[in-house]
Design a protein around this ligand. Sequence first.
Ligand SMILES: Nc1ncnc2c1ncn2[C@@H]1O[C@H](COP(=O)(O)OP(=O)(O)OP(=O)(O)O)[C@@H](O)[C@H]1O
Length: 279
Amino acid sequence: MKPIIELSKVNFKYQEDDERQALTDVSLNVYEGEWLAVIGHNGSGKSTLAKTINGLIVPSSGDVVVEGLPMNEENVWNIRKKIGMVFQNPDNQFVGSTVEDDVAFGLENHGIPREDMLRIVKESLEKVRMTDFAKKEPVRLSGGQKQRVAIAGVVALSPDVIILDEATSMLDPEGRMEVIKTIQEIRDEKNITVISITHDIDEAANATRVLVMREGRVFKDGLPEEIFSAGQDLIEMGLDLPFPEKLKMEMRAQGMDVPADYMSEERMVEWLWTSALNK
Ligand SMILES: Nc1ncnc2c1ncn2[C@@H]1O[C@H](COP(=O)(O)OP(=O)(O)OP(=O)(O)O)[C@@H](O)[C@H]1O
């Protein structure tokens, strides 16, 4: 399979005299349709990685290739059209006075004819289930609804990759669920590649692949079950574990016999249920 994003030996420093590089020797291939969760401490380089992928920063050395296009001055605008970004603060992302104006904004900038624009806005709002809010002012929405509108604005431009830069971190659990479900549905329907920078470990546990960054380097890269079953490593790094793994540790500490292998929430429920029935 051909990667959609290829980073090889990327190095980056914000300022020449910075003691430490923000990224050191980062090599990474991201494949079409993947949901890559990027986790790691504050300052570990997650956002810098995202900015490298969409050409907002230029590495001091190393190569970035997106859909076969080397990142350079000539290709950067074409590459940005393929990548949609959703940021942390929902309130900083609105430009329109109504939800539909807001979703239309990017399309207007791309010079899309009005008739097509109206159709695309309608379809995009349907995808994030915000059709009923089309005429509302964005300020009147909940955090989760605002992020869904931001996602509609991105989806309207038909990106191949969506990068969520801590897009759920300012939301309550309900808003977080709404946004994750919306992204999941869009990814299933359109096979969009998702890169999600997150501090929410339970969200990362639902990804297809997890990248752990540490001090600007890729510290671990693997399936959620591989990353989180090495729980002690992450705890020593000061990172959290997904809820089922935390529960297992607690049960083990109380002397209970629990399976060693990684459990998703569904598997944990199934296991608890069958254990209870067998008592
Ligand atoms: N605009 C900037 N100017 C100078 N240094 C920066 C800038 N942005 C980030 N850095 C530094 O680069 C390093 C990586 O930061 P980055 O924001 O990529 O980390 P992060 O993992 O996304 O952190 P967080 O979880 O806090 O968002 C840190 O040492 C940070 O202090």
